[in-house]
Design a protein around this ligand. Structure first.
Ligand code: SAM
Ligand code: SF4
Length: 367
């Protein structure tokens, strides 16, 4: 198997460029994994997001077209052994955190078996999943038993009517039961992912804080990104983090947290909210200012699509098919070299701010 022409850097060999040219001794001195993935901006990649399917049981307005996204034929999806092989390769390159996403990861048949397979890979410190929570009531306990460590559950509104409207076919009741089942199964540090949407949930941010505070959940407020379904993104829907904080300040005193005990890391800014009415009551908040405050400097991640394409940046379509390499008989060394070379081309920052708009739906990218 010949590695594609652009992927010509053998593992461990130095390549031109600031951080990639660090020698083994330099890396060790800096506490960096000897074969770690370091890009041209000296950002170390230690976090892999794996989309396990492009299918979803919801049709969120900001993520998918109403009729659903165009699905890839099943044989094109990575099978579990292929996912595990690629995850092992990334772990050998220094990846320590693996998150399963989708589409909706819980609609992938036998997802618990995949979790079990990945949980047995030595070197993963943090195995997590982002889910819409619809099937969590029945799957939380088996997932926990299989070795899943953490959950992010998406929840944009506590109003059943709005929930049905924004997800097009979801059930708020099912998601709340899923969150309860997760807690009962022993998941801790569970995060709620809320996309802040002007005109949908800007009047509910205080209630969402209460919901999270009551249950000891972390509330992550995510700026709506101009990805995929472009007819909705714009001044009528986009709510910058500064406005989100201003809305929250009506009920909570907010203070940034420099260091957090929470696992996960990455670009979220952590804050603590203290209830104005009841100062002993707190809520842990994470703000993801993807558009207004560009977190790219802190980017520590790459994405693997459900068809095995490496996506180096959320806003740039990936071109390296690790699935085709695998199916063509590539060795681990070939795969590592190709990944290193692809990382060399990781852009310095996303490109959401101009007219450029990522056309693929977020469901295909995995968030
Ligand atoms: N189906 C799962 C879920 O909804 O949690 C996992 C996949 S979903 C694409 C991952 C995350 O991306 C969700 O929290 C979702 O709210 C978020 N998301 C989707 N489209 C988005 C957009 N345009 N801007 C910001 N976040 C988005
Ligand atoms: Fe499905 Fe998640 Fe996208 Fe909603 S955000 S349509 S649940 S993939």
């Amino acid at each position: 198997m010949t590695v594609q022409a652009r992927c010509s850097t053998p593992v461990g060999q130095t390549v031109p460029g600031a951080a990639l040219s660090l020698g083994g001794a330099d890396r060790a001195a800096r506490g960096v994994h000897p074969f770690s993935l370091v890009d041209m901006q000296a950002r170390t990649v230690e976090y892999l997001r794996v989309s396990v399917t492009d299918r979803c049981n919801y049709r969120c307005t900001y993520c998918m077209p109403a009729e659903g996204a165009q699905l890839v034929p099943r044989p094109e999806l990575l099978d579990f052994d292929e996912i595990a092989t690629l995850v092992r390769v990334f772990v050998s390159l220094g990846v320590r955190k693996v998150r399963l996403t989708g589409g909706e990861p819980l609609v992938r048949r036998d997802i618990v078996r995949l979790v079990d397979q990945l949980a047995n890979i030595a070197g993963i410190d943090d195995l997590s999943m982002t889910t819409n929570g619809h099937l969590l009531a029945e799957l939380a306990a088996p997932l926990r038993k299989a070795g899943l460590q953490r959950l992010n559950v998406s929840l944009d509104t506590l109003d059943p009517g709005k929930f049905a409207r924004v997800t097009r076919q979801g059930s708020l009741d099912a998601v709340v039961r899923g969150l309860e089942a997760a807690q009962a199964a022993g998941f801790v540090h569970t995060k709620i992912n809320t996309v802040a949407l002007r005109g949908l949930n800007d009047d509910e941010l205080l209630s969402l804080c209460d919901f999270a505070a009551d249950r000891g959940l972390v509330l992550r407020l995510i700026e709506y990104m101009p990805i995929g379904v472009d007819q909705f993104w714009g001044p009528d829907t986009y709510l910058p983090v500064a406005d989100i904080r201003a809305l929250l300040a009506a009920g909570w005193d907010l203070a940034p947290v420099e260091r957090t005990h929470l696992p996960g890391g990455g670009p979220a800014r952590h804050w603590i909210g203290r209830s104005r009415a009841q100062p002993s009551r707190t809520v842990h908040l994470g703000f993801i200012a993807a558009v207004s405050e560009k977190f790219c400097r802190l980017c520590n991640r790459v994405r693997l699509s459900s068809t095995g394409t490496l996506r180096e940046c959320l806003s740039a379509a990936g071109t390296l098919s690790l699935r085709d390499m695998l199916r063509g008989g590539a060795s681990n060394a070939d795969l590592k070299a190709a990944i290193h070379a692809a990382l060399h081309g990781k852009v310095d920052a996303h490109r959401f701010d101009g007219a450029v708009h990522t056309r693929e739906p977020m469901s295909a990218i995995g968030g």
